[in-house]
Design a protein around this ligand. Structure first.
Ligand code: PGA
Length: 255
């Protein structure tokens, strides 16, 4: 089954009002007429209003980097699914390793966020992946399975219908040291197989992005791999020309 690739930019804690407008104008110009790949950007939530306005009429979808499990009430500092929807956000990153590490988010808590997003009709982009130590200890598959099973155990495998998984080995994030295409493909195949053990149909349609030092030079080769359905891009998503090269590489490789 052909899956439509998704390349998403994770801006992390970067930008300003002016930067948001400028980068989006650049992306719209670079990506005009490019088909065959879904594209999304996740600016800081502070700038969703500027991003929504700048993206009006374009094919680029809006996303966010986090969401809370509560919908409203006394939860100081949190952002709800309803608020994200209010700005037209669609793809919401959850479980990023930076949140797992710096904010002590557990697999179970992240599964609750997944549930909140599904309930709201938003698309979860569930980040998973092992640390360098886990990788060296041969625990990559065990860690990825555990992180996926937290969602399957809470919501059932069908929750992955219309959802996105981003495999992001922590040792590859922001280090300039991407997993090789073969390394990433092996883990992606494992992840798809793990889901297929519960439902082949769900496994066939779930988008599995690779993330971790994807750039304009290494993206095309990563996308030659059959189970790599796009990329979650950090650093290289902050420059319109580099991000556009990655999007175009996915569009070419997957069509
Ligand atoms: P990077 O970040 O592309 O800068 O490695 C990816 C991510 O953390 O999503």
């Amino acid at each position: 089954m052909a899956r439509r690739p998704l390349v998403m930019g994770n801006w992390k804690l970067n930008g300003s009002k002016a930067f948001t407008k400028e980068l989006i104008e650049g992306l719209k110009a670079e990506l005009a007429g490019v088909n065959g790949c879904d594209v999304a950007i996740a600016p800081p939530v502070m700038y969703l209003a500027e991003a929504e306005a700048a993206l009006a009429g374009s094919q680029i979808a809006l996303g966010a980097q986090n969401v809370d499990v509560n919908v409203q009430g006394a939860f100081t500092g949190d952002i709800s699914t309803a608020m994200l929807k209010d700005f037209g956000a669609k793809y919401i990153i959850i479980g990023h390793s930076e949140r797992r590490t710096y904010h002590k988010e557990s697999d179970e808590f992240i599964a609750k966020k997944f549930a909140a997003l599904k309930e709201a009709g938003l698309v979860p982009v569930l980040c998973i992946g092992e640390s360098e130590a886990e990788n060296e200890a041969g625990k990559t598959e065990e860690v990825c399975a555990r992180q996926i099973d937290a969602v399957i155990n809470a919501l059932g495998v069908e929750a992955f219908n219309g959802a996105v998984i981003a495999y992001e080995p922590i040792w590859a994030i922001g280090t300039g040291k991407s997993a090789t295409p073969a390394q990433a493909q092996a883990v992606h195949a494992f992840i798809r197989g793990h889901i297929a053990a519960k439902s082949q149909a769900v496994a066939d349609q779930v988008i599995i992005q690779y993330g971790g030092s994807v750039n304009d030079a290494n993206a095309a080769e990563l996308f030659t791999q059959p189970d790599i359905d796009g990329a979650l891009v950090g650093g290289a998503s902050l420059k319109a020309p580099a991000f556009a090269v990655i999007v175009k590489a996915a569009a070419v490789a997957k069509n």
